[in-house]
Design a protein around this ligand. Structure first.
Ligand code: ZN
Length: 82
């Protein structure tokens, strides 16, 4: 017996879920970014999907950034372990 409902897809926008592409606020470009670390999204027990996290440095101004990345995004040239 199927119990599917028309409300299965939850698409409510939330500021907490806002994820931006890597970008240097000081230089207003992503042209000088050097990626230090990238943790792909993963499922954690009970918590659901943990968004991917990216860390990078702007080689021009030296600013460091760390935040969640949009789903499906990976740094340029990033190698996935498959
Ligand atoms: Zn910069």
């Amino acid at each position: 017996m199927s119990t599917s409902t028309p409300h299965e897809r939850r698409n409510r926008p939330s500021p907490a879920n806002f994820q931006t592409l890597p970008y240097c606020d000081s230089c207003r470009t992503d042209a000088h970014l050097s990626y230090d670390d990238f943790v792909p999204a993963y499922y954690s027990g009970g918590q659901g999907l943990e968004p991917s996290t990216v860390r990078y440095t702007c080689k021009r101004c030296g600013n460091h950034y760390s935040h969640h990345a949009p789903q499906g995004w990976a740094p340029p040239g990033w190698q996935w372990y498959d």
